[in-house]
Design a protein around this ligand. Sequence first.
Ligand code: ASP
Length: 410
Amino acid sequence: MIYIYMRKSKTKSKSKSKSKSKPKTRSKKNKKSKKKSRSSGKVYILYTGGTIGMLHDKKKGLVPVKGTLNKLVNNMDIDKRLKITYHIDVTKELIDSSNLQIGDMKIILEKLFANYSKYDSFIVIHGTDTLAYTASMLSFFLKDWNKPVIITGSQIPLFEFRNDATRNIIDSVIVSLMRINEVMIVFGGKILRGNRSTKYSSTDFVAYKSPNYGPIGEIGVYLNIFKNKLLQDKIQRYNVYPPLPRIPSNWDFSKWNKEVKIYTLTLSPEQNATPLEAMIALNPQAIILRTYGIGNAPVSDKKFMDAVEMAVRQNIIVVNTTQCVNGGVNMTFYNTGKALKKTGVISSFDMTPETVYMKLFYLFQVLGCNNVPLIKKYFKTNIAGEMTIDKTSVHIGSYLKSYFKGYQEL
Ligand code: ASP
């Protein structure tokens, strides 16, 4: 038996039993809309590689092998048990996702687009190493899809007696039937927004976390969906600039630009200026700085700051993201952040590193590489639920100072 429990975090969830006092017409309407929102259960599954369908090779170790996953999934009888139909498609090359290239992402996108109208929901089976990158990428390119897209994989291959793959596949199919129209990761009993997630553990069955958002649902004995956390239609009102293209109606793959260059520099004590200068010399469109804490950098290193200024002058978008997993960036606290902001470095707020990279990539693809001011504006805008914009943050020290006139910080 499957229990599905929709939880609203603020308001009390309505009782499932029909209320006798409600007028007939209303309950008829409810029934109708319930019927409408239920998926008819045509699921497209795309297997791209990863541990989940790998077998042991004596020399190479674990490698993806064609046919394994299809056979094992078909043996699970998901279609009969859930009364759905599904089709498993396979990419030409099955890869360990550590080998994932932007071209592989394009193949996934093209496969999904080719099947959009034929299916109700979509599941991408992927290696876990770069799964969060693909999830972020899909969330931007598929932002106008209005169909559930789930990405999953496993830490132990499906062929092994003890595995986490069986559960992840079954959970993904069940969640895909729930009409949650966004890109999600279903893994280890968690339902996460794709562009809010990061690989957190290389060995735990709960391999992903949303460090700045939390899960949008959980699957144990009950399947809990936290309705207030779903994307739904929340996003449209933030699109205040020239609209982003609706894909695929006014953008197509012929416009795909293979030359987009985005580099990442993780700061460490010393030796930051030289690699930064080397990156600038290669003429990228963007450089992501992985700074310390709340977005702080060694601003007393003159060579480093000169390089940052040079990058901004050359119209390279320089983004500040933090090495901290949780909390995000705020360049207004410390001089070590303020000085970066002053040069024209832009904040990544509380976006994950995977999302920062893929959001930039998406914007360069759809807006072109020369539209730097617009790309910067959109980068700071919530496009697909990837950043927190409706949070009221109060700096407690300043608040206390203004509230209690005599308040003194120690
Ligand atoms: N290296 C594998 C991959 O990302 C790891 C996995 O799938 O769990 O393809």
